[in-house]
Design a protein around this ligand. Sequence first.
Ligand code: NAI
Ligand code: 15L
Length: 272
Amino acid sequence: PAPRTVLLTGAAGGLGTLMRDLLPGHGPGGGYALRLLDMRPVEGEPESIVADLADRDALREAVRGVDAIIHLAGISLEASFEKILAANIEGTYNLYEAAREEGVGRVVFASSNHAVGYTPRPQGDDPLIPIDTPRRPDTFYGLSKCFGEDLAQLYWERHGIETVSVRIGSCFPEPTSVRMLSVWMSPADGARLFHAALTAENVGHTVVHGSSANTRLWWDLASARALGYEPQDDSEPYAAKLLAEQGELDPANPAHTRLGGPFVTDPPIWPY
Ligand code: NAI
Ligand code: 15L
C-alpha cells in the first residue's frame, strides 16, 4: 500500500518548510499525514518533535508507526569534520537503526550534488552527467552524503529497507545564480519527486538526480523519471535576468566549471 504517515526530519529547515506546505497534497486519498522532527521547534507546529539526531531513544519513538521517512535533517553546508560526523554521519546511522528496529520499510534520503561536486559540468555537446558517475565529493559535507548513500545501500541489502537517495541540485523558491539555472529544482517539482520516491514500487536502493527539467540541465533525470517523476518546471524564465546581472559562466573559474559550484573552491566563490 502507498505510504500515508511520513516522518519528515529537518522540518524546520528551508526545504522542510517548503515540503510541509507542498507535499501533503500529493499523498494518497486525503494526502500525507506528516510527523515533523527537528532539533529546533517548527514554527506554528506545536506537535512537532524537537529532538537531535544524536538522541536514539527519541528517534525510535519518532519513527514508530510511520510508513516512511523523508530524511532532510542535518548540516546542509560545509562545516568542520567533527560537526559533519555527528549530525550527518552518526545522525543518519542513528535514524536508519531506528527505522530497522521499528520496521520502517522506506526512506527518502536528501543526498546532494556535492557527493559528486568535482564532476566537470557538461560544456558544448558533452553528454549529461549520468547517475552512475564516480563519486567526487567536494567537501566533508559532500562526503557525508556519499556515506548516507552507502548506508542506504547496506540497509537495503542487509535489512531490506528501501531508499531513494535524491542528489538534490538547488531547491529554493527561485534560482539565484547562473549555475542554479542548471541544477534548480522548483519546490513544486521537489514535492513531485519526493512523492514519486515514496510511492514507486521495488526501488531497492535507487539514486536519482533531483532537479526540474531545466533547459540548461547538466545531469540526466532518467532514473528519477523511472520512478514516475514528471517534472513540470524549467528555470529558463529566470535566465535573462540572472545572466544580465552575473554574466555567462566563466570557463576559467572552477566554481563555474564543476557541478558543485562554489563548494569546490576554498574559500567559496560568490555568486554561484
Ligand atoms: P537547512 O539547513 O535549512 O535545514 C536543515 C534542518 O536540519 C535544520 O532545520 C536543522 O535544525 C536540522 N538539523 C540539523 N542538524 C540536526 C540534528 N543533529 N538533529 C536534528 N535536526 C537537525 O537545509 P535545507 O536546505 O532545508 O536542506 C535539507 C536537506 O536537504 C539537508 O540534508 C541538505 O543537505 C539537503 N540538500 C538541500 C539542498 C537544497 O537546495 N536546499 C540541496 C542538496 C541537499
Ligand atoms: C546543497 O547541498 C546545499 O544544502 C544547498 O544549501 C545549496 O547550496 C545546494 O547544495 C547547491 O549546490 O546549490
